[in-house]
Design a binder for this molecule. Structure first.
Ligand code: OMP
Length: 247
């Protein structure tokens, strides 16, 4: 059903419980993405478009989804010099998405906050990717320490800079809530329903445990889009989220 939803509406944090589930459209073409979205139907209210689909024509899908009453998370994970990030975010803020990711480096976060001024776009800072563990950080040149401590440091910087929210792994959500205010969002990928393969994700939790840990939104890709019945998979996760939110 098409709705006349305005692009300028404000986006309150997950008042509609269905917005707690963000479905990752990591799919090679817009045509295949449309087919998955049709199959999921009203079991999907919030979709994420990342590198794979964005660079295959997925930017056109943003407006289409918004016109259909869905919310869109543009997962572009920007990171560049301040001026480039600021101007890039200014352009992206006109596309109608609700969320945009940048990496949680202070210069990048400050530039993103400046670039989104005057729009309803919310900036999420990606702290430490959920595919990283302590060993991966050492390989990337960081001094020995824990991923959770680096996430905490970046969450503190994100709070100071006034970013709208952070992306972290669900096992860290409870600690991050103590660092962030109530207003700042915690978005957690690396979500695996029990029995679902982790794949390349290293810091994972089930949907129910992520909600109990205090996550505002859960990002789920392969467990839904790779399922034989994506609608049933999305609905099962939504039911788990609803039950955990009431508990
Ligand atoms: O920014 C993200 O969304 C993100 C950050 C992160 O630390 N880890 C992470 O997995 N993601 C994204 O979340 C999605 C997770 O997909 P699945 O592992 O298939 O559920 C992918 O689209 C990732 O790009």
């Amino acid at each position: 059903m098409r709705s006349a939803m305005s692009l300028s509406v404000d986006h309150p944090p997950a008042k509609d419980i269905r917005h707690k589930l963000i479905i990752g459209l990591d799919i090679p073409s817009v045509e295949e993405a449309r087919s998955v979205i049709r199959r999921i139907g009203d079991a999907g209210a919030f979709y994420k478009i990342g590198y794979q689909l964005a660079y295959a024509g997925g930017f056109d899908l943003v407006r289409e989804l918004v016109d259909d009453g869905k919310k869109v998370f543009l997962d572009l994970k920007l990171h560049d010099i301040g001026n480039t990030v600021e101007e890039g975010v200014r352009s992206i803020s006109r596309l109608g998405a609700t969320f945009l990711t940048v990496h949680a480096y202070p210069q990048t976060m400050r530039a993103a906050v400046a670039g989104k001024a005057g729009s309803s776009l919310k900036i999420l800072a990606v702290t430490v990717l959920t595919s990283y563990d302590d060993q991966d950080l050492i390989e990337a040149g960081y001094a020995a320490g824990s991923t959770a401590d680096l996430v905490a440091k970046r969450a503190g910087q994100a709070r100071e800079i006034g970013i709208d929210g952070i992306v972290c792994a669900a096992p860290e959500a409870r600690r991050m809530r103590g660092i962030l205010g109530r207003e700042q969002l915690i978005v957690t990928p690396g979500i695996r329903p029990s029995g679902s393969p982790a794949g390349d994700q290293k810091r994972i939790l089930t949907p129910a445990d992520a909600i109990h840990a205090g996550a505002d939104h859960l990002v789920v890709g392969r467990p839904i889009i790779g399922a034989t019945d994506p609608r049933a998979a999305a609905q099962a996760i939504m039911d788990e989220i609803s039950a955990a939110s009431e508990a």
